[in-house]
Write a protein that binds this ligand. Structure first.
Ligand SMILES: [Cu+2]
Length: 487
């Protein structure tokens, strides 16, 4: 049935694309800056894809010289177009965020720190890939990914500062010199993928965003700011990997699944507008990006695996947020800053415990577990460090900060903290999920009063040595917050 339908519909769609006046009724786009609505946007349907075998997105380190040359051809063609052209490099980058004031359709779309982080970026990559493929003239082009967990050094083609190399961009000096990203975000990614508390889709979506943002910062240059990130070709390597990690998380089974059980949920029906290779506006809903091979005609180069028995674990639990401890402004972080919580008000702590019946943590191996969140208020990045800021809880004085330590909590998402057009409420609060650390350390609710946080700024590595991170990051108050599921 499908094989007959697809060519007919593909033909119809190609005619449709050339005659937008006959397109469906106007579709309003919601986005925080309320860009102008697009009158001729058409709803996406998988039949719009020309019939062909499922395409494979591969590791950038496995690409041939010819593959890299195709990507360069495509980027050069996009960069040659004016910013007002929807298929231009600048227009596409501005969809993520921009300092330009034109405010054209779909610019500054707002999806960081939200439950659409993964889904929105999947749509964004999908349409960008179609444009890049068309411009490259190579019908087999797919977006490659940077697997920094296995190779923390950026591919050489992206680092060569040679005239006309469209893959090059100004970044942290250590990254362009062939240095390595720090290991802490990789440890956090592994926790997001494997920890039982992250088997719920929405928990995973937010657990992955923190290390993703820390990597933006460590790469530096355009990548460290939401307003400029997608101008750097590395953005597309990074986000294709984030998209691959979503697939990797699903493949672990054990109850992990997309939030599909709620067919008519607001999440499934949430739509965003992008532009295809002809510049035509297409509206896509979150429900349309959950099966990449069927709906979007691509997959990753994972070994073939039999599907697991998927248990629907899509629920989005309602949480109550209990603010337990608050400490006053910290100021600028030193390379190593210790923050003891002894200064907190004991009477107030007891009061909060009593009112919320908080005798002990209620940890569980699913989405209903208590989560201990360290909420950093008003983070201000005056200078992005050439590396990452690691957070530890109760790090013994005799121990050097090391992300393998059981005291390791996570990395600061300085990317989300940076002021941007889409996130005008800067300086912004940034959360670090300490649930796993608290469980490993066996801490009780009362222990939190005596807890100590350690912030350690670690530089990228060049020639086996960490570089001087040299950043200026200010932190306002810190809260310990317990997120507890309301039964
Ligand atoms: Cu990103």
């Amino acid at each position: 049935m499908k094989t007959i339908l697809i060519p007919v519909l593909a033909l119809l769609m190609s005619l449709w694309g050339g005659n937008t006046a006959d397109s469906p009724a106007p579709v309003a786009i919601t986005n925080c800056l309320s860009s102008p609505a697009i009158a001729d946007a058409m709803p996406f349907s998988p039949e719009m894809i020309a019939p062909q075998a499922v395409m494979v997105r591969r590791n950038v380190n496995s690409l041939s010289a010819a593959d890299i040359a195709s990507i360069k051809t495509g980027i050069a063609a996009m960069k040659a177009l004016p910013v007002t052209n929807k298929t231009s490099w600048q227009y596409q980058a501005a969809i993520h965020g921009t300092l330009l004031t034109n405010n054209l359709p779909s610019w500054n779309s707002c999806t960081h720190g939200s439950q659409f982080f993964l889904a929105w970026h999947r749509m964004y990559l999908y349409f960008f890939e179609r444009i890049l493929r068309a411009k490259s003239g190579n019908p087999n082009l797919t977006l490659p990914y940077w697997n920094y967990q296995t190779n923390p050094v950026l591919h050489a083609a992206y680092r060569a500062n040679t005239p006309g190399n469209v893959l090059f961009d100004t970044r942290a000096a250590s990254i362009n010199a062939g240095g390595s990203l720090p290991n802490a975000p990789m440890v956090s990614i592994a926790t997001a993928l494997t920890a039982a508390v992250n088997i719920n889709y929405f928990s995973f979506n937010s657990a992955l965003e923190g290390p993703h943002g820390a990597l933006h910062g460590a790469i530096g240059g355009n990548m460290s700011s939401i307003n400029r990130a997608a101008l750097d070709p590395v953005f597309w390597l990074h986000h294709t990997n984030i998209d691959r990690l979503w697939e990797q998380w699903l493949r672990q089974c054990g109850g992990r699944s997309n939030p599909t059980a709620a067919a008519n949920s607001p999440w499934m029906n949430k739509s965003y507008t992008f532009f295809n290779e002809t510049g035509a506006a297409v509206v896509m809903t979150a429900s349309q990006v959950l099966n990449t091979a069927v709906s979007l005609n691509y997959r990753y180069d994972f070994p073939v695996q039999l599907p697991c028995n998927i248990l629907a674990n899509w629920q989005q639990w309602k949480f109550t947020k209990i603010q337990l401890v608050k400490i006053p402004p910290l100021g600028t972080l030193a390379e190593l800053t210790r923050v003891p919580f002894e200064r907190t008000n004991k009477a107030q702590f007891e009061q909060v415990k009593r009112t919320n019946k908080l005798e002990r943590f209620q940890f569980a191996n699913d989405g209903k577990s208590d989560r201990l969140i360290i909420e950093l208020e008003g983070i201000q990045v005056d200078k992005q460090p050439e590396g990452v800021v690691e957070v530890y809880m109760n790090l013994p004085r005799t121990e050097q900060p090391n992300p393998q330590s059981r005291s390791f909590v996570g990395v600061l998402d300085l990317f989300t903290a940076m002021p941007s057009k889409a996130h005008r409420h800067a300086p912004k609060a940034v959360d670090v999920d300490a649930t796993e650390a608290v469980r490993k350390l066996g801490l009780t609710v009362d222990d939190l009063q005596r807890a100590e946080l350690t912030f350690f700024t670690r530089g990228n590595t060049l020639n086996g040595r960490p570089v001087k991170a040299d950043g200026t990051v200010r932190v306002n108050g810190i809260n310990f917050v317990i997120n507890r599921v309301i039964q």
